[in-house]
Write a protein that binds this ligand. Structure first.
Ligand code: ARG
Length: 457
């Protein structure tokens, strides 16, 4: 196929160079945004008298037909096309001849691709936010169910203080809320139309950039044409937000992997989200969680790749920028796919509250409460801390725990100990007493759930 720019050239592009240069293979996924952008552009050209209103109408109608044909699979992306912008324009011209050749007036592929990418990422990010909201709903429902389910809370992966599963789940809800806020914020900053910046310097035609922007749902236009065509900050911001959401999913996945190990056995994943081993018949593997953890790496890689691509680019557009797409598309695909597996995996995960309770009962997880007991009876915290440490050491030597240590032994260490101690170190009470804002007490957790539900609206 003859190139649109063939006029300037006397020799055809080398085949391998042509393949190397082409981006249709991956940018064809933006066909809908490309066509929507072109329709808005054509309508503005007509309204401004830059082309006739009849030509504008024919272009818009034909673009609509091309869009429908692509959606229905009646038109396929031919191998020879350079990119989605050239492909759509060539198809338009193929269908309506000379009139189609008027579409690219007062426009360049440089502002066109910047527009398409913004429209595409706006659409996709809205979809991702919906997925995150679905995950938040599952988290809020589960947290409600397990608001009283005691489990060990860890620091350094050592049993630290008892918490509830509801509390633990709400910690993740807070992360996913921040992810939504980060994405919403990035979309707000991105929501300005670069169309009309043209190649780099603006245009001599009497365009109306704001009318196009409004038609496409933007909040305004980019204010400097050199910046408009060369800015990819919005890709970086969103890729950072996607990578952060992946990091949250990955940490959660890591815990699920641990929790379904036979050592923990806190949870069991549904068969629908587990796999078996090819050799060990007893195995039930948390492959989905592991894959999510594994795929997080590529979203970091994509972000670093684009940062690196951009760092040496002079203004304005450079072909290096074509490399933005595969990176950002891969991050979008990865996050969407991971969310579509993670949410139902979590929703169908079976919890073993008795195993969690059992694990919380060992490991002197109530030692802080024992020390606090003495403090409430008037002892200085440091002294109480030391005495409790000695009691723990004693328990370890004698193979017992704080719940079963006789009162006489306690009293040998401090006269302040009395029978009410056993109540003070009961796990249910340890949890119920941590009713500070954000704490693990069921009522505090219910307040957190209420916040999440309110966020969801
Ligand atoms: N395929 C190109 C890209 O993805 C579109 C812009 C091309 N502009 C140009 N002047 N070669 O960046």
């Amino acid at each position: 196929m003859e190139k649109m720019w063939a006029g300037r050239f006397s020799q055809a592009l080398d085949g391998t160079a042509d393949d190397f240069n082409a981006s249709l293979r991956f940018d064809s996924r933006m066909y809908e945004q490309d066509i929507r952008g072109s329709m808005a552009h054509a309508s503005m050209l007509g309204a401004q008298g830059i082309i006739s209103t009849e030509d504008a109408a024919l272009i818009i109608q034909t673009l609509g037909e091309i869009l429908q044909d692509l959606k229905d699979g009646n038109l396929t992306f031919d191998e020879g096309g350079e990119d989605i912008h050239m492909f759509v324009e060539a198809e338009l011209t193929h269908r309506i001849g000379e009139v189609g050749k008027r579409l690219h007036t007062a426009r360049s592929r440089n502002d066109q691709v910047a527009l398409d990418l913004r429209l595409y990422l706006r659409d996709e990010t809205m979809g991702i936010i919906e997925q995150l909201r679905g995950l938040l709903t599952v988290l809020a429902d589960s947290a409600e169910r397990y608001a009283d389910t005691i489990m060990p809370g860890y620091t350094h992966l050592q049993r630290a203080q008892p918490v509830t599963l509801g509390h633990h789940l709400m910690a993740y809800a807070m992360m996913f809320i921040r992810d939504i806020e980060r994405m919403t914020d990035a979309v707000c900053r991105m929501n300005y139309s670069p169309l009309g910046c043209c190649a780099l310097a603006g245009t001599t035609y009497p365009t109306d950039r704001r009318a196009v922007a409004q038609k496409l749902g933007f909040d305004g236009v980019t204010l400097n044409s050199l910046d408009g065509v060369s800015d990819r900050d919005f890709c970086l911001e969103l890729m950072n937000a996607y990578a952060t959401a992946m990091m949250h999913l990955s940490r959660f996945s890591e815990e699920i992997v641990l929790w379904c190990s036979w050592e923990f056995r806190f949870v069991e994943l549904s068969d629908a989200y587990s796999t078996g081993s090819s050799i060990m018949p007893q195995k039930k593997n948390p492959d989905m969680a592991e894959l999510i953890r594994g795929k997080t790496g590529r979203t970091y890689g994509n972000l670093m790749a684009l940062y690196t691509t951009l760092k040496g680019l002079p203004l304005a557009y450079n072909k290096d920028m074509q490399e933005d797409k595969e990176a950002v598309f891969d991050s979008v695909d990865t996050l969407k796919m991971c969310l579509s597996v993670f949410t139902p995996m979590l929703a169908t995960m079976k919890v073993h509250p008795e195993r969690m309770r059992q694990a919380a009962a060992g490991g002197f997880i109530n030692a802080t409460d024992c020390a606090d007991y003495l403090v409430k009876k008037g002892m200085a915290f440091r002294t109480a801390y030391k005495i409790t440490g000695e009691l723990v050491a004693l328990c370890i030597r004698e193979g017992t725990d704080l719940e079963h240590l006789p009162l006489e032994t306690y009293r040998e260490h401090s006269e302040l100990f009395d029978t009410d101690l056993y109540d003070a170190i009961r796990l249910e009470n340890c949890v119920a007493k941590r009713s500070s804002e954000g704490g693990t007490a069921p009522d505090s957790v219910r307040a957190q759930i209420a916040y999440v539900r309110q966020f969801l609206g």
